[in-house]
Design a protein around this ligand. Structure first.
Ligand SMILES: NC(=O)c1ccc[n+]([C@@H]2O[C@H](COP(=O)([O-])OP(=O)(O)OC[C@H]3O[C@@H](n4cnc5c(N)ncnc54)[C@H](OP(=O)(O)O)[C@@H]3O)[C@@H](O)[C@H]2O)c1
Length: 339
């Protein structure tokens, strides 16, 4: 990496932006200048970066603020408004929103899987959907054992996947529930405490919600396999942090041996096998929280299909599902192309 980098984070006050700041600090990025941007609501508000205090600034896309790299951790509408212009000014832009993920000329990258698709002239890179990243970290290594034909996946998604305000709503509604008070949901469409509900994205005419459609389309793009079949069911659970996923992977031929599955998973960077049948110890959100690895366990032959295996995975979706993946993309590109 270069000896001094100028870095900006748009959405620094949000759930993902805040994690990006923490990663830049703890991964020892050689930061020359750091600018934290927020909405008009936050301009001037102090934000911590290690021992320093930064003031949130207004983002003006007409110049690139002298930045080498800009992370967007904002919703799609904000990214759509600013990110392309920033990338055209030769700032490397990594966008966490869904705005550009399916654009044919925008690479959609999980570094351990497909960093190689990025060309040196591409300045705008999309970070995939969090559930898709966790799914593919568990599934992509299995391609070494045979062609994958179909993936069935059910998600158990945490509140932080919907941002800072959803975490607050889960905490406040849980407190209200325990105190026997009435709580009117403001962020989520349904009561969140002690409840589960279908993912809060819109359902289309096919019956799939927006999160499920992202998982289908993004899986095909990242794996470079337009034929792969994906059937997701996405659900919110009252967990603050880390998504979990129950996954069945069907191969074109007979399923590989379970010891081989364990081997390829444990050799894959960014995956940790947690599969202790004796102690019934398998991936859990509390063990995934704050870590960069996707935990994979419950590895077993599918009793209903000789061509399939089943798994259970957990990953911190604010880290590997968002901030860490974004930071790793930048680090990978610095290594490949320099800066
Ligand atoms: N949360 C996850 O696990 C996750 C995972 C993968 C991808 N993503 C994606 O990452 C993005 C950020 O998600 P999040 O969960 O971090 O959301 P969040 O907690 O709601 O934060 C949103 C951020 O956007 C900022 N913002 C809003 N309008 C802005 C504007 N006009 N100019 C500059 N900043 C603006 C907000 O600033 P103020 O504080 O000033 O309002 C806040 O910092 C979204 O696209 C989301 O879909 C999230």
């Amino acid at each position: 990496m270069s000896s001094g980098l100028s870095v900006g984070v748009v959405g620094a006050t949000g759930a993902v932006g805040n994690e990006i700041l923490g990663l830049l600090l703890h991964r020892g990025w050689p930061i020359l200048k750091l600018v934290a941007f927020g909405s008009s609501r936050s301009i001037g508000r102090p934000i911590k970066f290690g021992s320093k205090e930064l003031a949130i600034e207004n983002f003006d896309s007409d110049h690139n603020h002298g930045l080498d790299i800009l992370f967007f951790a904002t919703d799609s509408e904000v990214s759509r408004r600013f990110a392309v212009k920033s990338a055209s000014l030769s700032t490397l832009v990594i966008d966490n929103s869904s705005a550009f993920r399916m654009e044919p000329d925008v690479p959609l990258v999980i570094p351990e899987i497909n960093l190689g698709v990025v060309r040196p002239d591409q300045w705008l890179i999309a970070n995939p959907n969090c559930s898709t990243i966790i799914l593919l970290m568990a599934v992509a290594p299995l391609r070494a054992l045979g062609r994958i034909r179909r993936i069935l996946v059910s998600t158990y998604q945490s509140a932080s996947g919907a941002g800072r305000d959803a975490m607050v709503e889960l905490e406040e509604s849980t407190r209200a529930y325990l105190n026997g008070e009435v709580f009117e949901p403001k962020v989520m469409p349904h009561p969140y405490a002690f409840n589960i509900f279908s993912h809060n994205s819109e359902i289309d005419e096919s019956g799939y919600n927006g999160e499920e459609v992202k998982m289908i389309l993004e899986t095909r793009k990242i794996l470079g396999d337009a034929e792969i079949l994906v059937n997701p069911t996405c659900v919110r659970v009252p967990v603050l942090r880390s998504h979990s996923e129950s996954i069945t992977v069907e191969f074109e031929g007979p399923a590989p041996r379970i010891d081989e599955v364990r081997r390829v998973l444990s050799e894959f960077s960014g995956v940790r096998v947690v599969d202790d049948r004796e102690r019934s110890y398998f991936p859990m959100p509390i063990d995934a929280n704050g870590g960069g690895d996707v935990l994979v366990g419950r590895i077993r032959q599918d009793a209903s299909n000789p061509n399939a295996i089943s798994l259970f995975a957990c990953g911190d979706q604010l880290l590997k599902g968002a901030a860490l993946n974004a930071v790793q993309i930048a680090e990978g590109l610095f290594d490949r192309f320099g800066l």
